[in-house]
Design a binder for this molecule. Structure first.
Ligand SMILES: C[C@H](O)[C@H](O)[C@@H](O)C(=O)CO
Ligand SMILES: [Mn+2]
Length: 412
């Protein structure tokens, strides 16, 4: 089918494909650096991720240096239509020095900033509160030991400063997202004290006012993780309350709720209480398994909510998955494109008519239309988008992904 025929099919429903394509071109997705190297990072130490998160698999081609990671990212961005962002973790510093987490500085990340400027990318940032000896108790900002808390508060402060400098250097606010693994394997007798300590530590970390044009603070909750099955200190209720009271962004990670919860349903509720939202789009399978996102119902519903509730202007879309059983670059490309495809479908829905049917309690029309539009030629509009953006689709995409993977498979 030609794009003109597809355009006419959507126009029949009152949908303007040109407006949808223009809007999609303006939605940046923050791609996470950690898919490229299985959440290992570039600190001069050995050890696994810790904190209950784990990349599984041993596919050849893992990036072992910042240069390799940047090369993989450059290839991946060239396969993804539009201009996007990179989400960096503090453990991905690029320096010959060996600072501990409480000693990191902007200079340790300067090569990333120079590269981002060169590539026209915005940067987002995250303090790294896991994979460190001082996180081995699965307690960091909420640890009963003041010394350990102070260490992590210092790390958090420095990360926030670095994020602000990144935002200033690149002229686009850097979202600085805080996730801590803190929790208990077995049922604690005191849930209040660690939560009070976490709140105090967060307050100390974010005590210095920062320019929102440079850095946006975000906090990320979790239901449970490996090793903290009984209680997570930074639960959803904890961070939702914190974000509302303190004016931070709230991060909703799709893998951080009970598997039967619909994270898309939370957006409109949360948006009534916080100004801005951060999404970690992920695919949990039975647990927070961080599978590569598919074009499945969960993602489609998330995109529908973002468009229908008019939340795109105050939601930062980040990704959070890491699969080491497949080509890591293909994982980035497929997952990011799926997020974009979901947004495109949502932008191509006849929201006016659907909302008016629902308002009139005409659920039959709502059902007929939502089912009928599933047959519309979305693939043709997507191919047109890729074409206009100079990015491969179909068999050409498959070949390019295989060719790049073959070129990195020999890495040791
Ligand atoms: C590496 C990330 O910070 C991490 O995945 C975090 O965002 C998370 O979701 C932990 O489960
Ligand atoms: Mn996350």
């Amino acid at each position: 089918m030609s794009y003109d025929s597809a355009k006419a099919a959507f126009a029949d429903l009152g949908v303007d494909t040109e407006a949808a394509l223009n809007r999609l071109a303006d939605i940046p997705i923050s791609m996470h650096c950690w898919q490229g190297d299985d959440v290992v990072g570039f600190e001069q130490k050995t050890g696994s991720s810790g904190g209950g998160i784990q990349a599984t698999g041993n596919h050849p081609g893992r990036a072992r240096t910042p240069d390799e990671l940047r090369a993989d990212l450059e290839f991946s961005y060239s396969m993804i239509p539009g201009k996007h962002r990179l989400n960096l973790h503090a453990c991905y510093l690029d320096t010959d020095q060996n600072p501990d987490r409480d000693e990191i500085e902007f200079s340790h990340f300067a090569p990333w900033v120079d590269w981002a400027k060169d590539q026209g990318l915005g940067l987002d940032f995250n303090p790294t509160f896991f994979a460190h000896a001082k996180a081995d108790d699965n307690l960091t900002l909420s640890h009963p030991d003041q010394g350990i808390r102070d260490f992590w508060i210092e790390h958090g402060k420095r990360s926030r400063d670095i994020a602000a400098q990144m935002g200033a250097a690149l002229g686009t606010p850097c979202v600085n997202n805080i996730w801590v693994p803190d929790g208990y394997k077995d049922t604690p007798v005191d849930r209040m004290a660690p939560r009070q300590r976490l709140e105090n530590s967060l307050d100390a970390m974010m005590a210095t006012p920062q320019d929102k044009a440079q850095v946006l603070d975000a906090v990320e909750s979790k239901l449970f993780g490996i090793g903290v099955e009984a209680c997570t200190v930074g639960s959803h209720e904890f961070y939702m309350g914190y974000a509302i009271r303190k004016g931070t962004l709230l991060c909703l990670d799709m893998g951080h709720f009970h598997p039967t919860e619909n994270v898309a349903d939370k957006l409109s509720s949360v948006a009534l209480s916080v100004d801005e939202i951060l999404l970690h789009v992920s695919r949990p399978m039975r647990w927070d398994s961080d599978h590569v996102i598919l074009l499945d119902d969960a993602i489609l519903q998330m995109a529908q909510e973002l468009v229908s509730a008019d939340l795109l202007g105050r939601t930062h879309i980040g990704l959070d998955f890491f699969d080491a059983t497949i080509s890591r670059t293909a994982a980035w490309v497929i997952g990011t494109r799926n997020m974009q495809k979901a947004l495109l479908r949502a932008l191509l829905a006849p929201w006016g008519g659907l909302k008016s049917a629902e308002n009139n309690l005409d659920y039959t029309s709502r059902l007929v239309v939502t089912e009928e539009i599933k047959d519309l030629p979305y693939a043709t509009v997507w191919a047109e988008f890729c074409d206009r953006m100079g990015v491969a689709s179909g068999q050409a995409l498959v070949s390019d992904l295989h060719r790049y993977q073959a070129s990195v498979a020999g890495r040791g």
